[in-house]
Design a protein around this ligand. Structure first.
Ligand SMILES: Cc1ncc(COP(=O)(O)O)c(C=O)c1O
Length: 370
């Protein structure tokens, strides 16, 4: 066992503590703690400008935002989604009584393979829920064409895609809705938090009602909404984070580049993304450990851990392997062959803005000395 310090897969972005104090003083002075207070409104405004989106509704976390996004479009029946994601993607469907239908992923991007969608559509299908996995953009054009042909809604799980854009601007503007997570481990965090990006003010209003119990005014409740509101403390934390986000993303990208330059020449290691024509956010550094590498993925994982380096197997197991999903017809062996193979080979390396280059080199050394 190594006696070197631990390197974790991620660490939250935490600006200097004293910068948070004035926000707290303001909250104490206002005595407004939640319910769309001034910091909540200010963060919605600043985020919509920063991200280049029209409407944003802040949430208490990304999962409740996904659940509410489905409610707001009245999605029912079956929804086509990817098994290669964090489990909250599919859980949001079960919480709405919707049947997830898994389709396989593209071997290059590891996002939903659009060529597999049509075969999965049934008369019960109402929507597609793809994930911009690791912040890498889905094939949005192909997905939209299928959605238009079959009259389906598209809700992107964009939990990883904060600040990602293509030649058209923010990728959060594709589909009917996009959902972000601001969890502590994400590129931009509000400790816990999330958001829905919507295309028009009417949809935002419906979402805002739904996240506040369905309340419209003092005597009117229009839907069985939930409590999904972001508090003033979390909103203030987000405002403080936003001042540091460009630097944080630049540091993440620099670290990613260092990993890439060191690992790309290594036989048996494949670095996944970023892909052409995208302004990425350096959210994750996933590698695939192929059979021509001297160790299996799990052997490399254990070796790194015995050197006090803690990568994560995002995403293993597949969502479709968990007990509440594995009985579904779409979860059966043979339907998700690419996802199954990738889940056996993937490793996300430590990556966060304050990770030193010495630590990056330590990770690279343990991988390459094999
Ligand atoms: C792809 C994906 N979807 C949804 C979520 C859920 O977000 P939250 O943790 O904010 O509820 C996460 C992360 O946690 C995620 O990685």
């Amino acid at each position: 066992m190594s006696n070197q310090k631990n390197i974790f897969v991620t660490q939250p972005l935490l600006p200097p503590l004293e910068e948070f104090t004035p926000y707290l003083e303001k909250i104490w002075e206002n005595k407004i703690l939640t319910n769309s207070g001034p910091f909540h409104q200010q963060l919605e405004q600043e985020l919509s400008e920063y991200l280049g989106v029209k409407n944003i509704s802040l949430f208490t976390n990304g999962t409740i935002a996904l659940v509410t996004a489905l409610q707001s479009l009245r999605i029912t029946g079956e929804v086509i989604t990817t098994p290669y994601s964090f489990v909250a993607t599919a859980h949001s469907l079960l919480w709405n009584g919707i049947k997830p239908v898994f389709v396989d992923i593209d071997p290059e991007t590891l996002n939903m393979d659009p060529s597999k969608i049509e075969a999965a559509i049934t008369p019960q299908t109402t929507a597609i829920m793809p994930v911009h996995c690791y912040g890498h953009q889905c094939d949005v054009k192909a997905i939209q064409e299928i959605a238009d042909t079959y009259n389906l809604k598209v809700i992107y799980d964009a939990a990883h895609a904060f600040g990602v854009s293509d030649s058209q601007g923010s990728i959060l503007n594709y589909g009917d809705l996009s959902v972000l997570s601001f969890h502590a481990t994400k590129v931009f965090n509000t400790i816990e938090g999330g958001a829905i990006i919507s295309p028009d003010a009417k949809t935002k209003q419906r979402i805002d009602n739904l996240k506040n119990f369905g309340i419209v005014d003092e005597s009117t409740v229009v839907a069985p909404g939930i409590n999904g509101k972001m508090s003033e403390i979390n909103s203030a934390f987000g405002l403080m984070q936003l001042k540091y986000i460009d630097d944080a993303i630049a540091q993440r990208k620099h670290i990613s580049l260092t990993y890439r330059e060191a690992l790309e020449p290594v036989v048996g290691i494949r670095c996944v993304g970023p892909f052409d024509d995208q302004k990425s956010n350096g959210a994750y550094f996933p590698i695939l450990v192929d059979p021509d590498f001297p160790l299996t993925r799990d052997e490399l994982y254990e070796k790194l851990k015995s050197n006090n380096i803690n990568p994560r197997r995002y995403f293993y197991p597949l969502i479709s392997d968990f007990p509440m999903y594995r009985g579904l017809p779409s979860a059966q062996k043979g339907n998700l062959m690419v996802a199954e193979s990738v889940a056996e080979r993937v490793l996300c390396l430590p990556l966060y803005p304050s990770l030193s280059l010495a630590d990056v080199n330590r990770v690279v050394e343990v991988i390459t000395e094999t």
